[in-house]
Design a protein around this ligand. Structure first.
Ligand code: PEP
Ligand code: MN
Length: 341
């Protein structure tokens, strides 16, 4: 059930609806928009009787939701959400570029990478302190020590930190250090992790599972939002197909498909799709051209020495060039002045 408020509804009208929902024992999610507020109801095992709301002051409509998801849907919020990360906007026609190494390996390597990410005018830095690795014998990340290095990067370069939480047990400590909590592809349906991320008060970057459908991705986002965290950024990072010329197949078609149904911003990760650096820039271009709200890419000052994902890491000069190109493509897609500084 979605309660759509009239444009002229007052905050008191909204509170009164929320109160009725809570008295019924359900959870209310007020999603304010430019023209009207919608209030989603979750936690109801059965459809809710619209009669509870229809005659309350300020209520325009009580709509039964027929899709499996509610809060992520454009029905709940017809205008696109913008996720604010300490002043950097993700969505809303901006181009978000999140860049950094796959993993925090040392203070030196992390600082060296942060330096050229900041030099490119980017404000969002990625690096994993806890790494979900296919083999238990591979480098698992520096853990807390890595998070502390990331906190230093934030202080030194003013970059906002995007870093992954791999299980509910460490999510709280990751959330303490992160500006954005990353949920990785392998964990897209780790429902206890999604719920914990929903309870954290940090934006969440949710990567599409490598075999997840569009509905499964949206329902994973719904898990986070149902806990009251509405700052969710989706990310397409490639899915597994028969093709073996890339690590994964970047499904750029999911970008317009998501945008047709869902108000959340969506990024593209060309690095984990490509697997090899020479394919990363072309796929990043495709991601921006198809209308994604930005990209997340891996970069490393010495990829041959990287402890994870070295072959797909961009070299600093490739990265700097790509950023300029992506800004131009983004300007064309959004019909802005292409004569950028
Ligand atoms: C990563 O971003 O380093 C990562 C592990 O990504 P994914 O979850 O998409 O594989
Ligand atoms: Mn990686």
């Amino acid at each position: 059930m979605l309660i759509v408020m009239k444009q002229e509804a007052t905050p008191e009208n909204v509170s009164a609806v929320v109160r009725v929902i809570e008295e019924l024992g359900y959870r209310a999610h007020a999603l304010p928009g430019a023209n009207r507020t919608a209030i989603g109801i979750t936690g109801n095992p059965e459809p809710v009787d619209p009669g509870y709301f229809e005659n309350l002051p300020g209520v325009a409509d009580a709509i039964r939701v027929t899709k499996p998801y509610k809060l992520v849907s454009l029905d709940a919020r017809p205008e696109k959400s913008v996720v604010d990360v300490g002043g950097t906007r993700i969505g809303g026609g901006e181009l978000a570029i999140i860049a950094g190494p796959c993993a925090v390996e040392s203070r030196e390597q992390t600082f060296a990478t942060a330096e050229f990410v900041a030099k490119a005018g980017c404000t969002l830095f990625r690096a994993g302190a806890y790494k979900p690795r296919t083999s238990p014998y591979s480098f698992q990340g520096l853990g807390l020590e890595g998070l502390k290095i990331l906190a230093e990067v934030r202080d030194r370069f003013g970059l906002k930190i995007v870093t992954e939480a791999i299980d509910p047990a460490n999510l709280e400590v990751v959330a303490e250090y992160a500006d954005v909590l990353q949920i990785g592809a392998r964990n897209m349906q780790n429902f206890s992790l999604l719920k914990a991320a929903g309870q954290a008060r940090k934006p969440v970057l949710l990567k599409r599972g490598m075999a997840a459908t569009l509905d499964e991705l949206l329902l994973a986002a719904e898990y986070v939002m149902a806990e009251g965290n509405y700052s969710v950024i989706l990310c397409e990072r490639g899915v597994r197909t028969f093709a073996d010329h890339t690590r994964n197949t970047l499904d750029v078609s999911i970008v317009p498909a998501v945008q047709r149904l869902c108000h959340l911003p969506i990024l593209v990760d060309p690095s984990h799709a490509a697997g090899k650096r020479h394919k990363v820039v072309p796929l990043a271009r495709a991601g921006v051209a198809v209308g994604a709200d930005g990209v997340i890419v891996e970069v490393h000052p010495q990829p041959e020495r990287a402890l994870s994902d070295g072959p797909q890491a961009l070299l600093p000069e490739m990265f700097l060039e790509m950023v300029e190109e992506l800004r131009r493509i983004h300007a064309i897609v959004h019909q802005r002045d292409v004569a950028l500084v």
